[in-house]
Design a protein around this ligand. Structure first.
Ligand code: FES
Length: 106
């Protein structure tokens, strides 16, 4: 099972076993990672699943789609490497993925 690590703004780390073909948001909510609410259930319409992808993973994960960009534009603490975690689908290729949580989402 691929692993994903969520790092809270205070440095607290949560390493999670994520099921392939499910989103990073679902891995977080299934495991009660604080700061990822996923209010819209992954429909790309709430931005409560905002994460900042770690530097070493940004190229592999890729950038946001058009709808995602419109939502991220409204998100506090948007950064260049921001993504909505419901739009990142886990696979073995992403084993070891590291994402950071914005300070606003606690
Ligand atoms: S869960 Fe709502 S935009 Fe990701």
């Amino acid at each position: 099972m691929p692993k994903v690590t969520f790092i809270e703004h205070d440095g607290t780390e949560h390493e999670i076993d994520a099921e392939s073909d499910r989103s990073v948001m679902q891995a977080a909510t299934d495991n009660l990672v604080p700061g990822i609410d996923g209010d819209c259930g992954g429909e790309c319409s709430c931005a409560t699943c905002h994460v900042i992808v770690s530097e070493e993973w940004t190229a592999k994960v890729g950038g946001p789609g058009d709808t995602e960009i419109s939502l991220l534009d409204l998100a506090p603490e948007r950064e260049e490497k921001s993504r909505l975690s419901c739009q990142i689908i886990m696979s073995d290729e992403f084993d070891g993925l590291v994402v950071h949580l914005p300070e606003f989402q606690m």
